[in-house]
Ligand binder design. Sequence first.
Ligand code: SF4
Ligand code: SF4
Length: 403
Amino acid sequence: MNPNTNTMHSPDACTACTICVTHCPVAMATRKFRGPKLTGPAYERFRMLGFRDETSLEYCSNCKNCDISCPSGVSVATFNMLARAVYCREHKPPLCDWVLAHSGDIGKLCAHLPGRLLNACMDNPLSRLVMHAFGIEKRAPLPRFAPLAERRAFVKKGRTRIGRKTVAFFPDCFTRHYDPATGLDAIRLLEKAGYTVVVPNAFECCGLPLVAGGYADDARRKARMNSKELAFWSGQGVPVLTVCPGCALMLQYEYRNLFSEEETLGNHAGHVIDICVFVADLIRAGTLDLSGARSGVAKLAYHAPCHARVQGAGRAGLDLLSMLPGMECTDMDSGCCGIAGSYGFKRNTYAIGMRVGEALFTAIREHCAPLAASECGTCRVQIRHGSGIGVLHPISVVLSSLK
Ligand code: SF4
Ligand code: SF4
């Protein structure tokens, strides 16, 4: 990740080498997208002069592979997202963009409704046809709401009192509404290491879906609320752990990059830790003992989410899984899965997302492992959809090996 915000916010840092173009999975998958060099720094110069034409920006998935590859440290995706925000202030985005961008808020509104009822309403042939008409692809693997009991069990952990060895768990929207089982696995694993885990309800959606949908002002409001909550936990000396790489990216880097005029938003970014990094450190320190671990599978296919790779901290999930005795875990190293948050759910980008993910799906199928692992919830949904293979968060694999 480029920490040099001055370089990042100047299109003149771009040397037009086109390396980002060869690393952009969307530019490779469709000719509808003009590619990162043009939509990012090149058109930025025109935007600075007041030109506001849409330059195929809607096709940028915000996967950030351009940022990963740029040798000059240009944050192309940030240019694109800020330009999309300006465009969307002047041109109202379609309803489906609003729904997908605000899925965290919608999930909170549905917090007390049974998962079975919500899924029956959302995932039947008629509602899928209606949603398709509004822009949400009918073949897309929309995540299903988890049973109410699981969602409640996860949130209930928030009532735990702060103890001596306490960590706070950032309740990302995917875990909170669709996959509390992964959150509960993480909590049980941390408790095995002697930690008290708090799930603070005051944390809001990290804002990443809002940024990708063009709702940067709504994302900024979330950033302010989350930064206030982060400051509280930082003041208590309690680290904030994330299981979702996209949320970690927002909390640690993007608040500062996207909302650079509000300097305080990035003040406590260093207090956020990826849970795989945290648990791997516990194992190295001998606080968590894996010597008796027996995993149900001996072979795993690992996918490193783009939003984890852009943070430049290596492959935390792979490092953690490699610590399991007898586990053969292979990095598929096949690029983006194509989902990019909600990009793969939209009618106009679903097919592009599936083309982007094809190399990864093929690699996973050909690897013939019974199970795959990845930190990102929507990557897991997309991999299951594209390859037919089951996928877990690395934390769930580690916990299951200790049972
Ligand atoms: S890789 Fe960086 S320097 Fe090269 S064209 Fe892309 S943005 Fe410009
Ligand atoms: S964020 Fe992804 S899709 Fe958008 S320009 Fe960069 S590499 Fe391409």
